[in-house]
Design a protein around this ligand. Sequence first.
Ligand SMILES: C[S@@+](CC[C@H](N)C(=O)[O-])C[C@H]1O[C@@H](n2cnc3c(N)ncnc32)[C@H](O)[C@@H]1O
Length: 325
Amino acid sequence: MMNSDFENRYFNEDCIAGCQKHIPDDSIDLIVTDPPYGIGGDTLHKHYNRDENHVIDGYVEIPMEEYGEFSQQWITQAERILKPGGSIYIVSGYTNLFYILEALRQTSLREMNHIIWKYNFGVYTKKKYVSSHYHILFYVKPDGPHTFNTYERYGAKEKDADGGSLNYQDREDVWIINREYKPGKKKNKNELPSELLKKIIRYSSNEGDTVCDLFLGSFSAVKVARGLNRNATGFEKSAEAYDYQIKQMEQLTPGYLMNNIREPEHSPPSNQGKPWTDEEFARLKERYTDLRSDSKTKKESIDILGEEFGRGYFGILNKINQIEG
Ligand SMILES: C[S@@+](CC[C@H](N)C(=O)[O-])C[C@H]1O[C@@H](n2cnc3c(N)ncnc32)[C@H](O)[C@@H]1O
């Protein structure tokens, strides 16, 4: 029988067998993961010309010829453990992207965005263009409302110096986020920047939700998740990487990132206190019906409508209660 005591526990196990053993169906709100690339990741330092003294030994790579089957198996587990409405973000290079997309196509998971992450320090080349992007595949499991906190980082009315909407820019599907340079600090090969992880976790989960990473590496995703008051779990096959990082997890204080995150600026709702016109009420009814049929929860719909109609939360709630009778 499955021991489902997995919250805030991390396993030094293969993620495919480990998921089957520890994680029940429909139990995870968000998966953020970065599988091995199948391109000789255990020798990546050769491409990056990197000082290996600070890179932790132990990175389990997948042979190229097994990549398709391997991707299919772990993505099947990911689909199983996500709650209906749960989200998954998979980081992939371009070499084996095909296998990941093909494995996703075999599931019920629904594509939301194919994000391009542009980073600095691309792999140096002379006779072709320098490669400096990754793909981030954002999918959602059907049959449940998915969390997307549209105004979590930028309010609807925040503008840059040229009058452009910061909310719109932050939600475009090309992200320019630099890798972190951590001189003298121990890290995993390919450690994901915390800026990138904070963005994903804040948009696609809420405090108290459970975030899972099937390929923990330096545990970067679960460190950020715990820092943002989410629960976390995950797997890492390499004993060296696991033993080093599990000690760091024990020292970590949940919520440690909460005082240091960008909060959106919300100017007072522009129509607050003004009487509702019949036309406005009819538009609200129509938009509320659309949002609910697009699987938004009542609360999510109220947040969105508050921004759109320039009204406070309770102003919208009162009207919706009238609509629902
Ligand atoms: C690209 S790295 C992840 C890096 C991580 N996102 C970070 O920011 O440090 C992939 C990791 O998956 C681990 N791994 C490879 N095969 C695995 C498997 N079957 N189950 C669990 N972990 C595995 C590797 O040892 C490696 O640490």
